[in-house]
Design a protein around this ligand. Structure first.
Ligand SMILES: [Zn+2]
Ligand SMILES: [Zn+2]
Length: 311
């Protein structure tokens, strides 16, 4: 990969974050950011982020573990509050991504149909990062890619209540702000940081997994797509940036397969398991990982079998 392509990729990811960090002192100076806002931001980021990574992704898309229905619905509601689409749309798009990774039909590959050179790389990254959300988001059919969810009445209700959860996602940080500070103004800054900025930043991180983690980083398993592991995204993405590991073993509840690969989502699944709230947690033995290493066994099977072959 050319250096210029990598720089274009990094600029697209770091640019908005640097702008946000630069604006923080200005916000403090103008009384637009207080400690209460940081608390609200963190709480909302955790709830909605884990709703996506543990709920939408590992539980609903890949069935990496099983849990009680009310917990499954709770995760689906938390995921909805991240405002990345209703659960059936998100799951269908993501299963389609795994079924056609970096090939024709992948809803958000940075590598397919965007031309070559720096311009092609920038176009591909833009599409993978955010462009796909208004071009092809939600176009993977529920019947083909999310039949298990669409046959679940409770999940259908949550999915079609998505506009209501957008309101909840805004009302909650506002309410928390009012409760902590006792003022409407505190509610409004809570809404700004715990609602709007949290939503933009969180979407940026999720989109970065789609773009950066198919473009820039390390690989060690024998998989056909271009997925990569990106260590510096591991904390904000709650472990989702061990994306190459994930493409190698899509049903694994752990995406960070080594001790050094921090994976907060896997930690939460482990915690649920310890309290008997999660079971049938899919784990990949060291022997299976060894078999799939590129150099150790280049002829290893390429796809992970499971109840959702496309997942
Ligand atoms: Zn991927
Ligand atoms: Zn996945």
């Amino acid at each position: 990969m050319r250096k210029a392509d990598k720089y274009a990729n990094l600029a697209a990811v770091f640019g908005p974050v640097i702008v946000l960090i630069a604006l923080i002192p200005v916000a403090i100076q103008h009384d637009l950011l207080a400690w209460s806002d940081l608390i609200i931001f963190t709480v909302m980021y955790l709830i909605c982020g884990l709703g996506i990574t543990v709920g939408y992704h590992r539980l609903l898309t890949h069935r990496s573990f099983e849990t009680y229905k009310p917990i499954e619905y709770m995760f689906a509601i938390f995921g909805s509050m991240a405002i990345q689409g209703g659960p059936m749309d998100w799951v269908a798009d993501h299963r389609k991504h795994h079924a056609h990774s970096d090939a024709e039909g992948d809803p958000h590959s940075p590598h397919v149909g965007h031309g070559s050179g720096v311009l092609g790389a920038v176009r591909g990254l833009w599409h993978a990062h955010v462009g796909w959300t208004w071009r092809v988001h939600g176009m993977a059919t529920h019947k083909k890619y999310a039949i298990d969810l669409s046959e679940d009445r409770g999940m259908r209700v949550i999915h079609y209540s998505f506009p209501f959860f957008i309101l909840v996602s805004a009302a909650l940080p506002f309410g928390l702000g009012v409760a902590i500070t006792g003022t409407i103004y505190g509610g409004l800054t809570g809404l700004l940081w715990g609602g709007l900025i949290r939503m933009l930043l969180q979407s940026h991180v999720t989109w970065s997994v789609n773009s950066v983690c198919h473009f820039f980083g390390n690989r060690r398993f024998d998989v056909e797509d271009k997925s990569t592991n990106v260590w510096w995204l591991a904390i904000p993405s709650f472990g989702e940036s061990w994306h190459h590991n994930h493409h190698a073993f899509p049903r694994s509840a752990k995406h960070g397969l080594r001790r050094s690969e921090i994976d907060a989502s896997a930690m939460l699944v482990g915690l649920l398991q310890r309290f008997h709230l999660a079971w049938n947690v899919v784990e990949i033995t060291p022997e299976r990982q060894e078999q799939k290493l590129t150099s150790a066994n280049p002829t290893a099977p390429r796809a992970e079998a499971g109840p959702h072959p496309s997942a």
